[in-house]
Design a protein around this ligand. Sequence first.
Ligand code: NAI
Length: 334
Amino acid sequence: MQIAVFSARPYDRRFLDEANQRGAAEQDFAFVYFDASLDLHTATLAQDCDAVCVFVNDRLDAPVLQALHAQGVHAVLLRCAGFNNVDLAAATSLGLFVARVPAYSPEAVAEHALALVMTLNRQTHRAYNRVREGNFMLDGLLGHTLHGRTVGIVGTGKIGVATARIFKGLGCTVLGHDPYPSASFAGLGENVALAKLLSRADIVSLHCPLTADTHHLINDASLAQMKAGAMLVNTSRGGLVDTHAVIRALKSRRLGHLAIDVYEQESALFFQDLSGEIIDDEAFQRLMTFPNVLVTGHQGFFTVEALQEISAITLGNLADFAAGRACANRVEAG
Ligand code: NAI
């Protein structure tokens, strides 16, 4: 069975090949790697392939899925948890098998959220540069003691719970907001209405999926409900945040800090080296001018352990598809 892997970076090749070699005795999978992301133009690269393996910024809308299906592709394997980039109704009506990796080291993303909070709060990125230039002044590096602060977790699923545990361990008061609160959040904090969470939290960390309901969950109105000077952290999906509203809140000095690992228009920027290019995204460039904004390029998942799990689970999903078995990680419309 031949699989076209889109948006393939060197680390994708390494971990998928390693997982494939481990299971080589029982399965015969040949991966063909493409640097390009999947869209209507690149879909033809999957010719002669039985399946495609994709990541967060590959586009799997109805025309792309139809093009893949017409070429004989029968399966879509997501190397990620979120599937907001797949038109599931179209995939289901075409009879395509779609499977994801629902959980892989939720702690990896939670720890990255912590890294963002710690960096922005204590300005370690600025301290690093200052000290290397022989500047040992402390002005501008003042942070808060996190012990005793209130952290609001929006979405108390696997990653939200892992994040709540970390902040509880630091001595923070943890609040959660989730329409379907998980049993594992009980004992870590109180599940409250979103308005209450926003009005009480010194740090708001987003961990809910991107859906029609959560699109621009953080907007002018919700930002106005947040405590003045609070920190907003988004390691979930860029579309949860209205970037223009956040820029307004930063300009008015109401939002104290912003840390994002995801960005609504990230597909044009992330996972590429654009250091020699002119970046046309005005909103992104404006964000870069604020000293109290920290952006990382969707690296929350990027640990050895998480990549090993992603590859192993992707191979398992593929093996289920190849054997015609039921697959627990299959996603379908409805
Ligand atoms: P999960 O499915 O375990 O938890 C999501 C939680 O959000 C659920 O408990 C659900 O009830 C809740 N939720 C749904 N609608 C909500 C709403 N309107 N308000 C508040 N909560 C709501 O998912 P998991 O594994 O914790 O992942 C969370 C998100 O993290 C994923 O959807 C994905 O977008 C993102 N992610 C980001 C990564 C990165 O590298 N930065 C890596 C992996 C996931």
